[in-house]
Design a protein around this ligand. Structure first.
Ligand code: ZN
Length: 218
């Protein structure tokens, strides 16, 4: 069973499903040759794909193009369905930082064939998550920068307010599609600068000075 740790506490929360949004930064949609969507693109990662900061990403043998995608994560604190803006806002109880590791070669094949992205997105170690901070302890303004470095070189760096769909809108929209439950985590999409990593690369990421993670590819 995978659990989220709340920063500076002993509180642990069991993770349910992880719902991910794709193409939520215009520059990233363009760099992969995609249109900017009218509605968020939605897919799922299983909790079994989680590793924690400090652990190792294992590149699967069936791919040779492993990409990093750094993202703001939302922690959901209550069950909601067909939420309005106020309910959506109340349902978000915390924030985290994550890597949505993606097998870009497999994903590109799937896109061509119209197949689902499951193999490209759900492999073990494909979701790296930080400790989370509770919303009551930190007011996220979206002026914060999200940054990913590989071997200390900046690859992704963007203000969170460049998101096309903001956290509350994402939660409201997803809740119109499916029930979001307490313990679910939402990946809010990655900014431009995604790229390949290989064995031995060290990834470090941060949001402002409140959230950070690191991991190595093996
Ligand atoms: Zn992503």
């Amino acid at each position: 069973m995978k659990k989220i740790t709340i920063k500076n506490t002993k509180t642990k929360i069991k993770v349910g499903k992880m719902i991910c949004v794709g193409r939520n930064f215009a520059d990233h949609a363009k760099e992969l040759g995609n249109e900017v969507p009218a509605k968020p693109v939605v897919f799922i990662k299983p909790a079994s794909s989680i590793i924690y900061s400090g652990e190792k990403i294992i590149q699967p043998k069936f791919s040779d193009n492993l990409h990093h995608e750094v993202e703001l994560l939302l922690l959901i604190g209550k069950d909601i369905k067909d939420a309005n803006i106020r309910n959506a806002e109340e349902a978000i109880i915390g924030y985290g930082l994550g890597l949505d590791m993606t097998l870009r070669d497999i994903q590109n094949e799937a896109r061509k064939k119209g197949d689902p992205w499951t193999v490209a997105k759900c492999f073990d170690t494909s979701a790296v998550i930080s400790e989370f901070i509770l919303k009551k302890d930190y007011n996220l303004t979206l002026d914060e920068e999200i940054i990913l470095k590989v071997n200390n070189n900046i690859r992704q760096k963007e203000k969170l307010n460049k998101m096309l769909f903001k956290p509350i809108e994402i939660v409201e929209y997803i809740s119109s599609l499916m029930t979001i439950e307490k313990g679910d985590v939402i990946f809010t999409g990655t900014p431009a600068g995604v790229g390949r990593v290989v064995q031995g690369d060290v990834l470090t990421a941060s949001i402002g000075d409140i959230l950070e993670l690191n991991c190595e590819v093996i």
